[in-house]
Design a protein around this ligand. Structure first.
Ligand code: 7RM
Length: 629
């Protein structure tokens, strides 16, 4: 299962293409199953149907916890670094984590949560978040983690879509110098949710909260009164494990569903191989568990590998821009997995923040979330990795469950800005606009997958048709990623970014339609169009063109009101960076907004706007150009 040389990678890759079922069966055998599977794979991309390890029975927490207790029960499973560096870090062994997960699983059961029920988790980056996630998995409840930066309305939409009957949250959250009220936000969300029977509240900030009799429960109180034994629920390989909402080019975020067997195999296999994890290494992923990177590479992948996973509560710039390097030194971190936006931000503070920190424990680096530019790649490699750490630029998506295209650290030859080669089991194809495969090297186009892998999305919760439409209908017979890419002369892949209306702002995935809908909810807004533009630190910034009912008297104030509205409707991560008031939008005769033109203008690229012959009213474009920010 572990690949140690490039030749071994080539052999594994060939085998995975020639005999995918044989290949994945061998990988899956390394895990603990209650019952073996009957069929490794059945699939039909036209119907968006994929099943792995059918008939197999397992519980992922037995693989993440129980399986390790005899050998490494006393090894830290989690090291937790709090927001405030003066506060004490906490180390939680596999034994203790097992105990806490079982207890909390019993709390969930006691309050009526059953296999198949949906549980919404809205927590800061504290060990309890991992405990809550694993406790759900222990009893077969489907967790839906909502990132702590989302608004009450976003939480409500997600709770209602999945009809969650339980919410797990905290009184508040520490994030840098801020204290964020979490329970208050949940309370506001719950005004619009009827399915929720109980809310469990963990104490973090001692922020005053209103606890509703009969509904709300204190975490600390509840865990006192339960048993520490909780048998793991036997799960079919294709039973859902979790739902994670992610933005697309249209409509509200979709609930991406991953299932127990395939997801586990894929998350753990990719973790062990990409990072070449060795026993006792300390691994630090800076993502939030509210995103897929946190699910797969803070919780499930590392724990199913018996790794030590560091969880950081705060932000890289608090108390100052040296915080990550302090953490690396303090906990002797061996593997650091972070995002280009974090690297660019820390880069901008200068090397003084890096100097003076002993980073010699670092052995391997990783990057994820967006294309990494050449400057950031070299800065990370040289100044953080001292030019002797491999750097894995890992390309993947919420929908893929795990890393798809990436170097194996220290094994695959690297090229700056290239995600390099597909992992074993992954069969990428590049297609043109007509869906025709472009073969050979030195080509570019849209990135698709022509064969399933165990971590592939199974459905979008409650709406399978949407899953089919979004991922399997653009290019029939293939999974469409939404990304553009090129394959160079050596067959190496470089992902160039989204080709649809999805933005990537500081590694956060945001749909332009979502932001437009939020802006349009503001009083006095007639219509809006949102595009992404190149931003030095965030990767992309949000540029909104807004038609106001009447010319705003105080444009600056109106901009702030719009930002506040977006914050309220989606969350602060979706606030537009620029708002330009316009009198019209460039539309085709059939009424479609020509975003291509708006994108060019937002980049300051006014000269050549391309073909504008289908434009209804060219004068609109001249107006917008004149007012460009
Ligand atoms: C893991 C994650 C997915 C989108 C994806 C890409 C972009 C992610 C890279 C990347 C270039 C990378 N899941 N993306 N990693 N682009 N190189 N190494 O980010 O669902 O939130 O986003 O992110 O556009 O489609 S995600």
């Amino acid at each position: 299962m572990r690949i140690k040389t490039f030749e071994a990678y080539q052999i594994a890759y060939r085998q995975s293409v020639e005999d995918p079922e044989g290949f994945w069966a061998e990988v899956a055998q390394q895990f603990q199953w209650r019952k073996p599977w009957k069929k490794v794979l059945s699939w039909n991309f036209n119907e968006a149907n994929v099943k792995w390890f059918e008939g197999g029975v397992l519980n992922i927490t037995e693989n993440a916890l129980d399986r390790h207790l005899a050998q490494i029960g006393n090894q830290p499973a989690i090291i937790w670094e709090p927001n405030d560096p003066e506060d004490k870090a906490v180390s939680i062994s596999y034994n203790v984590l097992h105990d806490r997960v079982c207890r909390f699983a019993n709390v969930l059961k006691k309050h009526g949560v059953k296999k198949g029920d949906r549980v919404c988790i809205y927590l800061p980056m504290v060990p309890e978040l991992t405990v809550a996630v694993l406790a759900c998995a222990r009893i077969g409840a489907i967790h839906s983690v909502v990132f702590g930066g989302f608004s009450a309305k976003s939480i409500a939409d997600r709770i209602n879509d999945a009809e969650c009957n339980m919410v797990i949250t905290s009184d508040g959250a520490y994030r840098g110098s801020k204290v964020i009220p979490m329970k208050e936000t949940v309370d506001a969300a719950l005004d619009q949710c009827r399915s929720v029977k109980h809310v469990i509240v963990m104490t973090r900030t001692r922020t005053p909260v209103s606890m509703l009799k009969g509904r709300d429960l204190w975490w600390e109180e509840e865990v006192k009164h339960v048993d520490s034994v909780c048998a793991a629920e036997p799960m079919d390989a294709e039973d859902p494990l979790f739902i994670l909402y992610t933005s697309g080019s249209t409509g509200k975020p979709k609930g991406v569903v991953h299932t127990c067997g395939g997801y586990m195999v894929y998350a753990a296999y990719t973790f062990a191989n990409v990072f070449q994890y060795e026993p006792e290494e300390v691994y630090f992923c800076t993502a939030d568990i509210g995103w897929i990177t946190g699910h797969s590479y803070i919780v499930y992948g590392p724990l199913c590998t018996g790794a030590t996973s560091l969880i950081f509560e705060g932000v890289p710039t608090y108390p100052d821009a040296s915080r990550l390097w302090q953490i690396v030194e303090k906990h002797q971190v061996n593997i650091l997995y972070t995002a280009p936006t974090a690297i660019r931000s820390l880069m901008s503070f200068g090397l003084d923040y890096v100097k003076g920190h002993d980073l010699s424990s670092l052995k391997k680096l990783g990057s994820v979330g967006e294309p990494i530019n050449e400057e950031a790649w070299h800065w990370f490699k040289t100044n953080i990795g001292s030019d002797n750490c491999p750097l894995a630029d890992t390309w993947w998506q919420t929908e893929t469950g795990g890393i798809m295209i990436s170097p194996l650290a220290g094994i695959t030859h690297e090229k700056p800005t290239f995600a390099t080669l597909p992992l074993p089991g992954i069969q990428p194809v590049i297609v043109d606009e007509n869906g025709k495969e472009i073969e050979g090297n030195g080509v570019s186009g849209n990135l698709c997958m022509k064969f399933p892998w165990p971590g592939i999305i199974r459905t979008t919760y409650g709406d399978h048709e949407r899953c089919k439409q979004t991922y399997f209908s653009t290019y029939p017979g293939m999974y469409f990623t939404g990304d553009g890419c090129l394959r160079d002369e050596d067959g190496y892949y470089r992902i160039t970014g989204r080709v649809d209306d999805v933005l990537n702002v500081s590694g956060h995935r945001i749909g332009t339609a979502e932001v437009e809908n939020a802006i349009n909810m503001h009083l006095g807004v007639v219509e809006s169009a949102v595009v992404g533009y190149t931003h030095d630190i965030k990767g992309q910034g949000i540029y909104a063109y807004v038609i106001a009912e009447s010319e705003p008297e105080d444009a600056e104030m109106f901009r702030k009101d719009i930002a506040a509205t977006v914050s309220r409707i989606i969350g602060p991560i979706a606030k537009p960076d620029k708002v330009q008031f316009v009198t019209g939008l460039p539309k085709t005769r059939s009424g479609k907004i020509m975003r291509r033109i708006l994108r060019k203008i937002s980049e300051g690229d006014m000269g050549n706007l391309g073909d504008i012959s289908t434009l209804l009213d060219p004068a609109v474009v001249e107006d917008i150009k004149r007012g460009a920010l």
